[in-house]
Design a protein around this ligand. Sequence first.
Ligand code: UGA
Length: 440
Amino acid sequence: MIQKKSVKVHRLCVVGAGHVGLVAAACFAELGHKVICVDNNRKRINSLRKEIMPFYEPEMEALVKKNLKRGTLIFSASLDGAIKESDVIFAAVGTPPLDDGSADLTSVENVARAVARNLDGYKLVVSKSTVPVQTGQRAKETIHRYRKNNAEFDVASNPEFLREGKAIYDFFYPDRIVIGVETKRAETILKEIYTTIDAPVVVTDINTAELIKHASNSFLATKISFINAVSRVCDLAGADVGKVALAMGLDKRIGKEFLNAGTGYGGFCFPKDLEAFIYISKKLGYDFRLLKEVQNINDGQRRYFVEKIKEHLWILKGKKIAVLGLSFKPDTDDMRFAPSITIIDILLKGGAKLSLYDPQAKGEAEEIFKEKRVKFVKNPYEAVKRADCVCFLTEWQEFKDLNFKRIKRAMAYPLVADGRNMFDKEELHGLGFEYIGMGR
Ligand code: UGA
């Protein structure tokens, strides 16, 4: 990939082989650095050594295989060993939500303590995980508290902005690289690590860098909830939210991205980061009510979608509904906080009989719905057999290529509920379908 400039090779340890960590480890290795990717999940590490990926991410497997082969990437289950061997430690560990909405920072503390145990010379400890503002300060205090000597170290923040499904591309072609540092030394090392990537580098203090990540994700979620709220008004007024978004997006100050109305955002990032940002803002003394409303609008979209289906079918009980697309977005098998989970729950409570299909997320979905009365099928055509409605909840390309004449023939009643506004409404009407969209 991007290898024109010469690289000063650094010895990196990436803690965490999850979505952020594994992608970062493989991409750093691709840039030419010596990378140890460490995770306390031994099973995951053993599989990775055998070139078996723990989740689906386009292009990742090839990158991991290539760099394992050329020795720039190794996997380890020994955190202490990996830290000893490295000069720069990237923490890409989970920060899951706790019941009160705050982020669980136990794993971040664990990394700081492990660094303190193994500090035998200067090391730079960088957080890639999404963490609340002031976490870097806490990590620094922790290392000070537990280190056994006076060896120097720096902490830094380098938030990751990659999207699942496009993670490798986002790593090599980011819109910006954010570096939150306290010393010139840390800044120089981080700039050297990314030297071959052509992107603006924003250098800030650590608090600011941490806040940039929460603010960015919260703003994107706000954009989605804004257009979803507009879509509700469009439905009431008989207007088309697609056209509204198109024209709004042509204004450069607004931008066209993240203006697709539908069943709302899901995934492990937006829901958790909004919750954590609201929590930390409150703790600091600010009530971020705007973001609470963003959450309310998002939750409401799922219920509204089912209400629309009910409106058409009259009675849900006993109706057969095909649900196509379960992952929270296309090109991933990730089901975390996916809108499909809530929608399926409401449909089941209403007594509908469900046939489910997703091109990648079947395994994860089977685990989530194992207690529920649902049937998984092998392809979309099987799902729609004698169905009274087909719901599209994820905009997989495979669904855009479906033969709708064949679908219509198979269904008991030709109703398409398009939760992602992915189809041409007029075309489906032309084929004899009833169509439910979101704000159009
Ligand atoms: C998001 C951010 O986009 C990344 O920049 C960030 O690094 C990442 O979170 C993270 O914090 O780790 P991701 O969760 O992978 O990435 O997914 P997105 O592509 O942002 O989509 C999030 C959700 O919003 C999806 O459910 C998607 O369907 C929904 N969405 C997106 C809409 O409903 N409408 C839109 O117009 C765009």
